[in-house]
Design a protein around this ligand. Structure first.
Ligand code: ATP
Ligand code: MG
Ligand code: MG
Length: 553
């Protein structure tokens, strides 16, 4: 793995440890269970869990489930599976922000008692109006100076369900003229008469993110609370809540640039739309940038971790080339994926001088020059398939594959020469008649003759039929969010992101591979049997990646 970069968060932690500000570092990964995790979350997971590992600290998995409207247990389960798959373990450190509802309520009451929060009866629209803008100071709500007693009473009645949604909110009493709009008496609680996936109907008031998050961090003893740059302006509020409640020791928030990838959208809301409108087969469609999608595609978790380490973290927004991720995937699979033979677009070859009742079995290594990976037996017979585009009838000089009269090597088998081209009534090539040289057994001859091309092949009667799904980028535009007027990002979907090949043939050893395991079909790319749809009777392979690397260092 790449050497570690000392990015700014590592630098902050090093300083805090050296200065004795903290003894152990405690981080958290706080997903809202309102969708499946994507590669952006992977960056945050690798960062938070990675820092905990590096510094012998702890990392909590905290479900940030304070907004009941869009949250669901289905998402909780998928998030746990995805974090585990990425290689991280929270052990017994799993928390739900909703478990803190009672504590958060008590903190809100404390703020009211300190004269730092009040119940407002302005409508949402009025609140927006009173807030002002960057160039216009806000003005105080007429309800701002209620007595502590009145506020306590109203807040209790909000909780008891006496008021309609939208009629009352609890607001922090900070400063309606603050240049930072976030500090203009932000809302801390609102009424939502909806069922929560964990607390049911116990509550009809729910805390806002800015109130719940910092306090959840404090309750859990988080030291370094890292989040994405959108929250820079919220940091003064994070600090205000904790300082006003005089909580110590207390966590600190640090912001890093979110992951953006070209040809990709990384936003749960957008990804939900792709699923709901059936542009993809589901959250785990192998073209999706979700963790479940790339897992099904065959991306190794180690490659994702390596990718996250290489992009590192910074304070400046940028877009990462998805070719870097693909490069990490290839680099990882190159080390681990057994090599086998698979023909995606078969053309039949009859070896006319090979006896009908003869068979060879070639023992081939799963990985050249790596004995530990072992070998498998590959049967050879009179009829084989080669790749259709490995043959050309009118071949240019530089074409080193098969053509009439030319000789090529069949990988680990024999040399063959093309004698005759058989066509159907439309002139389509349907079969080749070739002859082999028995003296080249194993795919080698030391008589000095020049045979440049080496083709992969499978035996007709021994090979297995398979369906192969080739994937390309889900979006054809580098920036999918850049659209013509009146269009949305789905107008940038790549119509050719999925190609299904139904007549492929693979060597028999592949049947023993477990679904999800990635192998290399020599010369064709990396493939894995689909974990959902591949069965021994109907093999389905996903192309994890081609062999061509477009990463420009
Ligand atoms: P989305 O914007 O896709 O809806 P989110 O930020 O609302 O995502 P959360 O569940 O709130 O999703 O995120 C959990 C954690 O993952 C947060 O700490 C968030 O900062 C981080 N995160 C989300 N998207 C990215 C990203 N693209 N790059 C880095 N971190 C991200
Ligand atoms: Mg969110
Ligand atoms: Mg978001």
């Amino acid at each position: 793995e790449t050497g570690r970069v000392k990015h700014f968060i590592r630098a902050i932690i090093d300083e805090d440890l050296a200065a004795g500000k903290v003894k152990h570092i405690a981080t958290r990964f706080p997903p809202e269970p309102n969708g499946y995790l994507h590669l952006g979350h992977a960056k945050s997971i690798c960062l938070n869990f990675g820092l905990a590992q590096e510094y012998n600290g702890t990392c909590n998995l905290r479900f940030d489930d304070t907004n009941p409207v869009k949250e669901d247990v289905e998402y909780v389960e998928s998030i746990k599976q995805d974090v585990h798959w990425l290689g991280f373990d929270w052990a017994d450190r799993q928390f739900f922000a909703s478990d803190y509802f009672e504590k958060l309520y008590a903190f809100a009451v404390e703020l009211i008692k300190k004269g730092k929060a009040y119940v407002d009866e302005l409508s949402a629209e009025e609140i927006r109006e009173y807030r002002g803008t960057l160039t216009k100071p806000g003005k105080n709500s007429p309800y701002r100076d209620r007595s502590v007693e009145e506020n306590l009473d109203l807040f209790e009645r909000m909780r008891a369900g006496e008021f309609e949604e939208g009629s009352h909110v609890l607001r922090a009493k900070i400063d309606m003229e603050n240049p930072n709009l976030v500090l203009r008496d932000p809302t801390l609680y609102r009424i939502r008469k909806v069922n929560h996936h964990r607390t049911g109907d116990a509550w009809c008031i729910y805390p806002m993110y800015d109130f719940a998050h910092c306090l959840s961090d404090a309750i859990e003893g988080i030291t370094h609370s890292v989040c994405t740059l959108e929250f820079v302006n919220n940091r003064p509020l994070y600090d205000w809540v904790l300082d006003t409640l005089e909580l110590a020791p207390r966590p600190h928030q640090y912001e890093f640039a979110r992951l953006n990838l070209n040809y990709t959208v990384l936003s749960k809301r957008k990804l939900i739309q792709l699923v709901q409108d059936k542009h993809v087969s589901g959250w785990d469609d192998p073209r999706m940038p979700t963790i479940s999608g790339i897992r099904r595609r065959g991306y190794p978790a180690a490659a994702v971790r390596e990718f996250c380490e290489r992009i590192s973290v910074s304070k400046a927004d940028s877009t990462v080339d998805i070719a870097l991720l693909e490069h990490c995937v290839r680099e990882s699979l190159n080390e681990t994926a057994p090599r086998v033979l698979g023909v995606l677009n078969p053309l039949k070859v009859v070896i006319t001088n090979y006896p009908e009742d003869q068979e060879d079995v070639f023992e081939m290594p799963f990985m050249p020059d790596n004995e530990e990976m072992g070998t498998r037996k590959v049967p050879f017979s009179r009829e084989i398939y080669i790749e259709r585009d490995d043959f050309m009838e009118d071949a240019p000089k530089k074409f080193f594959r098969l053509a009439p009269g030319k000789e090529v090597r069949l990988r680990f088998a024999y040399y063959i020469t093309c004698d005759e081209v058989i066509k159907d009534e439309n002139g389509e090539v349907i079969e080749l008649h070739c002859s082999y040289d028995p003296a080249t057994k194993g795919g080698w001859s030391n008589d000095g003759r020049k045979v440049k091309g080496t083709l992969h092949w499978v035996s007709v009667k021994h090979s297995l039929p398979a369906e192969v799904r080739l994937y390309d980028h889900l979006f054809s535009a580098e920036d999918p969010m850049k659209v013509e007027e009146g269009q949305d990002f789905t107008s940038n979907l790549n119509p050719d992101s999925l190609t299904v090949l139904t007549d492929c043939r693979v060597e028999p050893a592949v049947k023993e591979f477990t679904p999800g395991m990635v192998c290399q079909f020599e010369r064709k790319g990396y493939f894995c049997a689909d974990i959902k749809e591949s069965t021994p009777d109907h093999l389905v392979f996903n192309r994890t990646s081609s062999l061509r690397d477009s990463w420009a260092r």
